[in-house]
Design a protein around this ligand. Structure first.
Ligand SMILES: [Zn+2]
Length: 340
């Protein structure tokens, strides 16, 4: 089978490798569509040397697929069924899994981040990570699920009443997913960040208003606070950057909940948190893959306006060049059609 593998930073090649065989608890799936997001770009460049220890290595996390074969003890799925898979594995039986917090599984073997790969014809997936794709979800929509799953987890933690305004930092893959999800569950999303075509995409997926930036790293918190002088009771940081973290805490109202989905330096001291009674919460993926798929199937979330380009697997190098090149500020999601 074909497998896109990194042989070094930004050195992506199509290799021929054997089709893997599913062991106990595993499912072999035929990948339909794959859409890279920020973490994939980190792996692609091996930013900070923290993503890749040994080359060559496969890539990809957000994908839709069709079941090709079941491992010996796997039940509940059928060959030919369309599925998506969350990135984190879980045991299904620990105290956290039993209350639905599968993204925080306590098993030392499974609770860590397990790198899924999907930029290849077939891949192995733990059966517990799979979720059947409903009829109304396209292969492409199934490959843009992570931002929605993370956002559902973040909004659950914010606990805002319906109709509330929520600030979302960043308009990349995670940000667009959060904007669309906020709108779908009755919140009013205000997006902060982005230039070029990404601003129009944020509006197209449901942003009430977008405070775009004119240059990378621009501090626009003052103009946001001119319009929203009390700040925001709920803030979701999706850019995983020092910029996003700084903006998030500047626009958080006293008593706000600030949800963090990625990296960036914490710009506040413990006394800032005490004085404003902030609640800072981490969002590590999310457990509600089925809920995310349901919102898409019902037509309440449509991320198709964020798709900028489509490539066959052979041209995955061009896809990553587009996502990481000069014009990236105008590029939303890129779909890699793995199955012909
Ligand atoms: Zn568990």
């Amino acid at each position: 089978m074909r497998a896109a593998r990194l042989h070094g930073p930004a050195d992506l090649r199509i290799d021929k490798v054997p089709v893997p065989v599913p062991g106990p608890g595993e499912v072999l799936v035929r990948v339909l569509a794959y859409s890279p997001y920020g973490t994939c770009l980190g792996v692609y460049h091996n930013r900070g040397g923290r993503y890749v220890a040994n080359y060559p290595i496969g890539i990809g996390a957000d994908f839709s697929a069709e079941i090709a074969a079941l491992g010996p003890d796997v039940s509940g799925f059928t060959v030919g069924q369309r599925v998506t898979a969350q990135s984190l594995d879980n045991c299904g039986t620990c105290a956290n899994c039993m209350v639905g917090r599968t993204n925080l599984c306590l098993s030392p073997d499974l609770g860590r981040y397990v790198r899924q790969v999907c930029a290849q014809d077939f891949t192995l997936v733990s059966a517990r990570k799979l979720c059947a794709m409903p009829e109304g979800v396209s292969d492409e929509a199934g490959a843009m699920l992570t931002g929605v799953v993370d956002a559902l987890n973040a909004f659950d933690k914010l606990g805002l009443p319906e109709g509330s305004t929520v600030a979302i930092l960043g308009v990349g893959a995670m940000g667009q997913g959060a904007i669309a999800t906020a709108r779908a569950i009755g919140l009013v999303p205000v997006a902060i960040g982005g230039r070029g075509a990404k601003v129009a995409m944020a509006v197209a997926v449901g942003a009430e208003r977008v405070f775009g930036i004119s240059a990378h790293g621009e501090d626009i918190s003052a103009s946001v606070l001119e319009t929203f002088p009390n700040g925001f009771a709920g803030v979701v940081e999706t850019s995983a950057s020092d910029w996003g973290m700084a903006q998030a805490f500047k626009i958080a109202a006293p008593g706000a909940v600030v949800a963090l989905t990625g990296g960036g330096a914490l710009p506040v001291t413990n006394w800032d948190i005490v004085n404003r009674e902030l609640r800072v919460v981490g969002v590590r993926g999310g457990p509600d893959q089925a809920g995310a798929l349901r919102l898409i199937a019902e037509g309440r979330i449509d991320l198709s306006p964020t798709i900028s380009a489509r490539f066959p697997l052979e041209q995955i190098g061009e896809a990553f060049a587009l996502l990481t090149g000069e014009g990236a500020k105008d590029v939303g999601r890129v779909i890699i059609r793995v199955a012909a």
